[in-house]
Design a protein around this ligand. Structure first.
Ligand code: GUN
Length: 302
């Protein structure tokens, strides 16, 4: 059997179309559009490419978008003052500070300075707490976990009562997705296990999973014999394992590999996300969804 592919590249298009339509409706009715600012400090090439794509996507769906690039040597106080300016700007509904920040800046202090009601990344402790409480308390689920949950729902995978095993306990993916899958409600209500580097027998836990979510950052960590036949496998890993020359552009590009041995796993799983083209495209998509939601909260229509 070959697994059904869950393609982030396709689901992204559906969601961006939905967002574009909703933005146009809100603009017609309320004369407002979502405003997103991305703050980039320095010239880290990976960060530049992420921010460029975020801004391009925001533009595509009809948002007001600002890319605010600051020099690498900006002082912490100046960065905090900049965040304060956007906190007070009523035309801005989402503030994103691209990570990582240079070493002389306290990342925690900066993230905590963002108004939680504009924290569309969902990284502020207030939003982490809201996510933990669940239900109507949740404002901005972090983007990668929100994308994972959306993919599972749109792939038609039953989550209620499902055994979900999450490999990895990061604050950005492992802990929040585990928390989201155990809440009551749509795309959740699952029995959740988190496994990590301290777990004694990874394989035994993974073999029980109806839904296996892997965010470990270790290429090919999950072996095909760890997968329950018919399971849904979500591979969050993006590991650079080498370089190749792109046939399209003739330029050098990274060879990417997930945390799951995809070629073997797809013969056993019921559904599976590829790398690239799986979870990756969903993160920016959910950032757009959170920014739209932020405006809707402001207008009292969320
Ligand atoms: N750097 C890499 N991924 C992310 C992300 O999702 N949000 C922010 N703010 N920075 C990042």
């Amino acid at each position: 059997m070959t697994a059904k592919l869950i393609l982030g590249t396709e689901i992204r298009e559906e969601i961006l179309e939905e967002i574009t339509r909703e933005v146009a409706e809100i603009k017609a009715k309320h004369n407002q559009v979502p405003g997103l600012v991305t703050i980039l400090v320095g010239e880290n090439p990976a960060s530049i490419s992420y921010v460029t794509l975020k801004i391009k996507t925001a533009h595509r769906v009809g948002f007001k978008e600002i890319q605010d690039t600051q020099p690498l040597d900006i002082g912490e106080a100046d960065l905090l003052a900049l965040i304060d300016k956007y906190n007070k700007d009523d035309s801005i509904h989402g503030i994103l500070v691209q990570l990582p920040l240079p070493k002389h800046i306290d990342e925690k202090k900066v993230l905590n300075a963002i108004n939680p009601d504009k924290d569309v990344d969902g990284f502020h402790p207030v939003n982490v707490g809201r996510l933990m409480i669940g239900g109507g308390e949740v404002k901005f689920p972090p983007c990668t976990p929100a994308g994972i949950q959306e993919m599972i729902v749109r792939a038609g995978v039953e989550t209620k009562g499902a055994e979900v095993v999450v490999v990895g306990r990061s604050n950005i993916v492992g802990k929040p997705i585990a928390n989201m899958m155990l809440q009551k409600g749509r795309g959740a209500n699952s029995t959740v296990t988190i496994v990590h580097t301290g777990t004694k027998d990874l394989a035994t836990h993974c073999k029980r999973a109806d839904i296996l979510i892997v965010a470990a950052g270790v290429p090919d960590l999950v072996k095909p014999e760890w997968i329950k036949p018919g399971a849904c496998v979500i591979d969050v890993g993006v590991n650079r394992v080498g370089e190749k020359v792109s046939e399209k552009t003739g330029k050098k590009v990274a060879i990417l590999k997930g945390d799951v041995d995809f070629e073997a796993a797809k013969e056993i799983a019921g559904s599976i996300t590829p790398v690239p083209g799986g979870v990756g495209p969903m993160t920016i998509t959910m950032l757009m969804k959170n920014t739209l939601k932020s405006l809707k909260f402001r207008l009292g229509i969320a």
